[in-house]
Design a protein around this ligand. Structure first.
Ligand SMILES: Cc1cc2nc3c(=O)[nH]c(=O)nc-3n(C[C@H](O)[C@H](O)[C@H](O)COP(=O)(O)OP(=O)(O)OC[C@H]3O[C@@H](n4cnc5c(N)ncnc54)[C@H](O)[C@@H]3O)c2cc1C
Length: 292
């Protein structure tokens, strides 16, 4: 059953298409610096503040960085880099601007053909691409971005694509994984056998094919065929044996497990390996703010 402002609706099948929201709090130091030389165009207020800041920017290093996937539109940050190049040329200050593009992909884009083409365009436009950079934290005083590997990039102004999470209603419904999407997968006895997140879909899509769209349909078609043979689409691409902690473990232990394995959510199970819940980084941030 779904409860809405207009009443309760029963369903046999439910398709959730409620989009996602940015979650700056997922990157250490980011939420605090938004609006202070750090901007995003993924909200209306953010875009307006960024426009104002760009109007006053005539020289320096503009870094355009995207957080880990999934994000809304993997191409949008690169489109912005090209627009920024055009904007500064129009303004007559391009020579004074140093534009860097920081990405977790291994090149300007994650698909080989598009990467070849787009890398060429970034070179023509004198935009420096910094690949394989997974943002871990931001130091506002030093105006520096740090990666999980410990690399760093300085900026005068930063345009960031923050991580995205699903709408809160998905979390509240119990359908999500604490990040607003993703599901623990259980067998007929409600025992945990895997976890299915958007990363699994992205990995499956990444493996074969040419363009992202072709790949996506290709994968779906192959998965449908696989379904007949193997009996389960989820079973085909989910991550098996996910990392878990027992419900009686301490919170400190759970945080340690998340930190050591660099995971953002952790499934809690009982002695029978049945799912009891999920904790996520936002849950922990909320907890520490409450203790605060
Ligand atoms: C800058 C940018 C550029 C993009 N460029 C492209 C592109 O070139 N090509 C492309 O294919 N895609 C592009 N995309 C991606 C595309 O916009 C999204 O993939 C698409 O809009 C996602 O559709 P959706 O229905 O899942 O979510 P949305 O379009 O976000 O729609 C979700 C809807 O659900 C509603 N909703 C949320 N919670 C509730 C609730 N509790 N109750 C009722 N309603 C609710 C929201 O108000 C919203 O109307 C781009 C995205 C961005 C941000």
């Amino acid at each position: 059953m779904i409860e809405t402002d207009l009443g309760t609706v029963a369903y046999d099948w439910l398709i959730c298409a409620m989009g996602c929201r940015i979650a700056p709090e997922e990157i250490t130091g980011l939420a605090e610096v938004m609006g202070k030389d750090v901007y995003t165009f993924y909200t209306l207020d953010g875009a307006l503040a960024f426009q104002h800041a760009l109007d006053n920017l005539h020289a320096g290093k503009l870094v355009i960085a995207m957080a880990d996937m999934p994000i809304k539109s993997p191409l949008a940050p690169l489109e912005f880099a090209f627009l920024a190049d055009h904007y500064f040329r129009q303004k007559g200050v391009r020579e004074q601007m140093d534009i860097h593009y920081v990405t977790p992909f291994s090149g300007a884009f994650n698909q080989p053909n598009a990467n070849r083409l787009l890398s060429g365009i970034t070179q023509e436009k004198n935009i420096t691409v910094i690949p394989n950079f997974n943002i871990e934290s931001i130091d506002a005083n030093k105006k520096t971005l740090y990666s999980l590997k410990g690399d760093s990039v300085d900026y005068d102004m930063l345009c960031i694509t923050p991580p995205n999470v699903g709408p809160q209603v998905i979390e509240l419904s119990g359908l999500g994984d604490g990040m607003g999407y993703g599901l623990p997968v259980v067998d007929g006895n409600h025992k945990l056998i895997g976890v299915l997140t958007e990363a699994d879909f992205l990995t499956a899509i990444h493996v074969k094919g040419d363009s992202a769209v072709k790949q996506m349909f290709d994968v779906i078609i192959r998965r449908k065929r696989a379904k007949k043979k193997m009996g389960s689409i989820v079973d085909d691409i989910m991550t098996r044996d996910p990392i878990t902690v027992k419900e009686e473990e301490t919170l400190q232990h759970a945080i340690k497990v998340m930190g050591m394995n660099k995971i953002k959510r952790l499934i809690i199970v009982d002695d029978q390996n049945r799912v009891k819940g999920v904790i996520s980084r936002p849950d922990l941030v909320r907890l520490f703010l409450m203790k605060g």
